[in-house]
Design a protein around this ligand. Sequence first.
Ligand code: HEM
Length: 423
Amino acid sequence: MARTDARQAAPQTAPPTDLFTPAFHQNPHEALAGLRRTAPAVPVATPNGLRTWLVTGYEHARALLADPRLSKDMRVGRDLIPRNFADPDKQRAFLAESGERSQFPHVLSVHMLDSDPPDHTRLRRLVGRAFTARRVESLRPRITELTDELLDAMARHERLDLMEALAFPVPFTVICWLLGVPPDDRAAFRRWSNLLVSGAGTDEVREASASMIAYLKALIEAKRAEPADDMLTDLVHAQDAGDQLSSDELISMAFLLLVAGHETTVNLIGNGTLALLTHPEVRQQLAADESLWPAAVEEFLRYDGPVTNATWRFTTEPVEVGSVVIPEGEFVTISLGAAGRDPARYPDPDRLDITRAHTASVAFGHGIHHCLGAPLARLEGQIVLSRLLARFPGLRLAVDPDELRWRSSLMMRGLEELPVFTA
Ligand code: HEM
């Protein structure tokens, strides 16, 4: 990638705004709408001071998600980090910490979401063969049964946290089934995964990643010795058949699937339930006509989708976004949450309307990195939310909606807890 003069035109980061603060996470849509009115792409600072260009309009978001001038190869992207700070103090602090974090092993990030073609093409093709529509559809009865068991357990409580009781266990158990993680190992797996995603204290992260790698290595060997009807076994076979999948890539792929497979769908269930509890008219519509469920799930994904920002990309040459030119070597964050509320695409965007025509949503991304698990996530969302309402017609929030706490995450939009009364 040639370094050009365009780099020197890199702007100063916009003065610290109220973006990414706890208040922002409570209600991001107003601030994002303000940015959308300002410019098609705005340089902003993340809490640790790194500059990224936030793109908030639907058309630009969709175009950039599929633009090959934006790279996701984080082996290269990592080297751009030191240059993309406006504040030298924050830069020093970040570099000191990321020096430590280089302990976060390379092996967990050689997966398809952090790569460009041809690596991406090869990795996605291999996993696509294991993650078939047949395999997803065959899970329908098991997901239904699992949901009903969890609903039975919920019925024994008058008040509970729906995240813990339902939103988390369904996607987590399902991805463990798919990959073939035995039930006894799931608690440890959940702990490591939480630590890695939360980015808590560095020693803990280091330990969790070492444990995760050791665990995945052992699991892969177990599948090799004793093949089962699961995706990990299929991937091991693909590797053994000389399909150019290195051992590191296999571990990384398993890691990506496990994390992407539950961290997201949890919030589709949580945010979808909240949307239902705060919109009784939508509940009535669904109670009267079950065929509206698929469209309702699409609308929940638009209205408060679990992935608020796509993963990071960087420009490999200057890229024009409407009236703005993003120079080469800059990070770009595409706000899927803001794209879903763009009035130019969705009339009256802040209204939850399950009868909207839904085409070309960006809630699952777009282009070559479009979510591999979208059919599974949709299936889980439809089963869990529809059975929840059917089973607990009196379900209601146990706190005022303003008291709910949202996670402070740059990428995910989800609730810390969702306290409900079951009757
Ligand atoms: C990629 C959203 C569930 C596996 C993505 C991307 C988005 C997304 C936006 C693209 C990110 C980018 O381009 O930066 C979601 C949402 C989900 C969900 C909203 C739930 C409602 C799942 C599930 C799985 C999964 C259940 C696996 C079982 C993946 C994988 C990729 C991906 C492997 C990377 C694809 C690639 O790089 O080619 N997802 N996802 N996702 N998702 Fe999902």
